[in-house]
Each structure stands twice: as structure tokens, then as C-alpha cells.
Ligand binder design. Structure first.
Ligand code: SAM
Ligand code: SF4
Length: 485
């Protein structure tokens, strides 16, 4: 009804996240920012005015998934929804996304998220102006079409906003609003970007130069998390141990110790560590500070020095194993996990065997395994990717089978131990609770009849069984629902 003021309905958004933990945490910042801007988060594309995809481009399939999803939903563009692509695919493909998916209006890399409110306002203003111009254009075109008897023209929308030029900024650390989705583990980014340029990896191109956040600001965020009720924090970065305090105050190991001593913090995790920058002082810190979790994720990628050299990892098999020996010499039983790539250009059967023998030597608690995927802009793109996909798949299966055997043996050592578990959920169907040990192992466990636990609490659990990727147990207190705190 014209002339009657309309109440402004609340704008809604839907956000889907692809990829790594850093992307998940970036999404927490995006959600926090949008809620602060008055948007309401909804669970389906159908309900949303604004549809955002926070993307990953580390491997080809991850990126393809995003484009598939976009094409699934392009029909909604006609309903006036706005589509935006965020994250690594946005940074990598840039304005090319508009060519591949013309119904997308916003493309922004991770370093630009703090500018989202202004980008969205710009977008809205441009859309409004565009709609008005379009109305005038359509009206006159219809008039013309009526005169000449030709078909009515279709409306088109070409409003486009980009946020792609911020990859050097360190302002990305201080997001005013973060909507934390994990109720018990608070994520803190301590370092962004990467300067290592491994031959296969897009990260230096999508996330930009390596930049660390001041230790004072990291400690502040940790204290804020304690105030919000968190007892576990996880430090995030492509290479957390390449951390260089801009204030020059703390090494990474010193930062770990300082965080582990913050009152109220019970567990400190950190991922990922790069072998090249991994020093003994990190192991000493874990030994000295009980709140630092007994887990190190140290991706090796390959067990062959020749392949490591071709990958430009800048360490040899022996240097990697030396770091493992420091970790294994710790007083605490530190679990070891890794990333492995199979089928890197030129990898021979013998070199794959070297990876398998390294897995045996280390005895990983678990590994993430990947088939090599050629990535745009990376140096390895110049190498012939001569290993067919079926062969990469075979090698992946060989590595996974090997890890299954190692994982079972590694988990078996816990049988009979009482481990502290942070309770994460109840599996009502199975009559079990689920939590994680300090070593980040999943524990499914039972409690005495009538006992109810609260998620986020810590309980002692006696390990009674083990599987390749999890443990089984029973709560180690016979009387009452007594948790450790
Ligand atoms: N910065 C960490 C390091 O260097 O150890 C790794 C971070 S990267 C985001 C996560 C993992 O993705 C890598 O460890 C690697 O195993 C895998 N990855 C990266 N690029 C890849 C590619 N082109 N093909 C297959 N796997 C890849
Ligand atoms: Fe990628 Fe290598 Fe940097 Fe890790 S260290 S993010 S694998 S370039």
C-alpha cells in the first residue's frame, strides 16, 4: 500500500563453510559481524536474503564443490537473493567468479571480512540504484518491444563488489564480533598467511604474507574466552610455530606457556606446526605446563628426502625424524599426527615405500592423507602430473591401510589407563557419552546408572577398548556423578 510506512523486515543470511579449521573460525567472525549488523542467521538457502559460501581451494574437489553448490542455487537469484563467495576460492579466482557464476554479487578474501558491513551496504545501495535504473530501462524496452512486436527483454543484475586487496593486513586478527559455534573450544588465530611457498600449495597466494598477532592481543582474547566460560583454547595458523611476536616479547613456546598459565584455562591446543620451525623449546613447554595438551600435529607430507626437496619443504627425512625424536623423548606421552600427500609429480614406488617406512618409524596416532592435486599459480604446476588418478587412489589406499594398523596399535596402549576427558556430547541412541582426551582422541564412554554429565566438564575415564580412530571406556568414578570440576 503506497503511502503507508512499511516495517523493515529483518535481513537474513545463510552461510556455508568449506574446508579447514581456519575457515570455520573465519566463518565465526563473519557470522558475528553480520549478527551485529542486524542480520538474522537462517538454516536454509530458501529462507535467506543473503547467501554466502566461505570457500576452500586447497584441493581441486573443494573448489569444484563450491561451484556445484552455486549452480544448484542459481535459480534463487530470480527471487532477489544476493550471492557472495568468500575465502580462498574468492581470493584465488577473484573477478573470474563473476564470469563463471554471473549471479554472484560479492567476492571477498579472508583478510577483508572486517570490511563486510561496508561492502554489504555498498552492495545494497548499488542494488537499489540498479533496480531503479532497470525498472526505467525495462519500461522503455517493453514500450519499444510493444511497438515492434518483439519479445520482452529479461532483467539482468550486474551489481558487483569485491574485497580482494587486503592480503597484507594484520587488522584481520581483531574482529570485533565473533559468533563462536563450538561451545567448549575457543579458537584464536595467532598467525595469518604463509611465506613458505611449498611447491604444491595455494595458501601463500590465497592468504597472503605471513603476519603474526601481538602476544598481548592473543592473551587478551584468551582471557575474554575464559570470561565467556571457555576452558579449552586452540591456537590457529597455517604454521603456528612460525609465530613471531610483532612486539618482540615472546617466542611461540613462551606464548604457549603464558597461555597455559592464564587462570581458568585448562587445555591449550595448537595447529598446525611446521617441521622447519619446530624447536625443542615447544616440547619443553609441553613438559613444563600441564595445561598444554599432549598432542603435536607435525605434517611430514612425504617420507622421501627427494620428494620433500621437490616439494620445497626445506627439511630432509632425517631432520624430520630428529624432531620426532625430541617429541618422543618428552616426559609426557605426546600423541603425533600428520598430513601426507601421495602421488606428487615424479613420486616413485620406492619413494612411496619410504613414506610407509617413515610411518612405521614414527607410529602416528592418526594422519590426514591426500592425493596430490595440481593448484593454480603453484610451482608444481610446471611439473608433469604424470601419476594417473587411479594410481594416486591406489597409493592413498595403501597409506590409509598402513595407518589403520598403526592407529590400532597406538590406541591399544591406552587400554587400562585412566584419561581425563572433556565431555562434548551424549549419544542417547548408544547410551554413551562422547568426549576428547588431551591427546585429542575421541572417547566413547559409559557412566554409572543415573549419572548425568554436563558438556564441557572434565571426567576421568578408564579406557577399556580401542579402535583405529577412537577409544572406548567407562567413567572411572564408581559413586556419584562427580566430574573433575
Ligand atoms: N602449513 C601446514 C604445513 O605446511 O604443514 C599445512 C597447511 S595445508 C592448509 C593442509 C594440508 O593440505 C597440507 O599439509 C597438505 O598435506 C595438504 N595439501 C596442501 N596442498 C595440497 C595439494 N595441492 N594437493 C594435495 N594436498 C595438499
Ligand atoms: Fe602451504 Fe607449505 Fe605454507 Fe603449509 S607451509 S600453508 S603447505 S605453503
Amino acid at each position: 500500500m503506497s503511502g503507508v510506512p512499511q516495517s523493515n523486515p529483518q535481513k537474513t543470511f545463510y552461510l556455508e563453510t568449506f574446508g579447514c579449521q581456519m575457515n570455520v573460525h573465519d566463518s565465526e567472525k563473519v557470522v558475528g559481524t553480520l549478527l551485529q549488523e542486524g542480520y538474522l542467521q537462517v538454516n536454509t538457502v530458501e529462507e535467506a536474503d543473503l547467501v554466502l559460501y566461505n570457500t576452500c581451494s586447497i584441493r581441486d574437489k573443494a573448489e569444484q564443490k563450491v561451484f556445484n553448490r552455486l549452480s544448484d542455487y542459481k535459480k534463487y537469484k530470480k527471487q532477489g537473493k544476493t550471492f557472495g563467495v568468500l575465502g580462498c576460492v574468492a581470493q584465488q579466482e577473484g573477478e573470474k567468479i563473476f564470469e563463471r557464476a554471473p549471479y554472484v554479487s560479492l567476492v571477498a578474501g579472508s583478510a577483508s571480512y572486517r570490511n563486510l558491513p561496508s561492502m554489504l551496504r555498498q552492495l545494497e545501495a548499488a542494488q537499489l540504484e540498479n533496480a531503479q535504473q532497470e525498472k526505467v530501462r525495462l519500461e522503455s524496452a517493453i514500450l519499444e518491444a510493444g511497438k515492434s512486436g518483439s519479445r520482452k527483454p529479461e532483467a539482468e543484475s550486474l551489481v558487483r563488489i569485491t574485497g580482494l586487496d587486503d592480503r597484507e593486513t594484520d587488522k584481520c586478527f581483531e574482529t570485533e564480533f565473533t559468533s563462536r559455534t563450538n561451545p567448549h573450544r575457543g579458537y584464536i588465530t595467532i598467525i595469518e598467511g604463509c611465506d613458505k611457498f611449498c611447491a604444491y600449495c595455494v595458501v601463500p597466494y590465497t592468504r597472503g604474507k605471513e603476519r603474526s598477532r601481538t602476544s598481548a592481543s592473543v592473551l587478551d582474547e584468551a582471557r575474554q574466552l575464559v570470561d565467556l566460560g571457555y576452558t579449552e583454547i586452540q591456537l590457529l595458523g597455517q604454521n603456528v610455530n612460525s609465530y613471531r611476536d610483532p612486539g618482540g616479547n615472546k617466542t611461540f613456546a613462551e606464548l604457549l606457556m603464558a597461555l597455559g598459565s592464564v587462570t581458568g584455562i585448562r587445555r591449550v591446543r595448537f595447529t598446525t606446526s611446521h617441521p622447519r620451525d619446530f624447536g625443542r623449546d615447544i616440547v619443553e613447554a609441553i613438559d613444563a605446563v600441564p595445561t598444554l595438551c599432549d598432542h603435536v600435529h607435525l605434517p611430514v607430507q612425504s617420507g622421501s628426502t627427494r620428494v620433500l626437496d621437490a616439494m620445497q619443504r626445506l627439511y630432509t627425512r632425517d631432520e624430520y625424524l630428529e624432531r620426532i625424536s625430541w617429541i618422543q623423548a618428552a616426559r609426557r606421552d605426546i600423541s603425533l599426527t600428520s598430513d601426507l600427500i601421495v602421488g606428487f609429480p615424479g613420486e616413485t614406488e620406492r619413494e612411496l615405500e619410504e613414506t610407509l617406512s617413515l610411518m612405521d618409524l614414527v607410529g602416528y596416532d592418526s594422519v590426514f592423507t591426500f592425493k596430490y592435486s595440481p593448484r593454480p599459480n603453484t610451482p608444481a604446476l610446471g611439473l608433469e602430473d604424470a601419476i594417473p588418478d587411479e594410481e594416486k587412489a591406489r597409493r592413498l589406499a595403501v597409506v590409509n591401510d598402513k595407518q589403520k594398523v598403526i592407529g590400532v596399535a597406538r590406541n591399544r596402549r591406552h587400554i587400562g589407563q585412566v584419561l581425563e576427558v572433556m565431555v562434548e556430547a551424549k549419544n542417547t541412541a548408544r547410551g554413551q557419552w562422547v568426549g576428547r582426551t588431551s591427546q585429542i582422541k575421541v572417547m566413547n564412554f559409559t557412566v554409572p546408572a543415573g549419572v548425568e554429565l554436563t558438556t564441557g566438564s572434565y571426567v576421568p575415564v578408564l579406557v577399556t577398548g580401542s579402535f583405529p580412530n577412537s577409544l572406548m571406556g567407562e567413567m572411572a568414578i564408581s559413586s556419584g556423578a562427580k566430574a573433575l570440576d
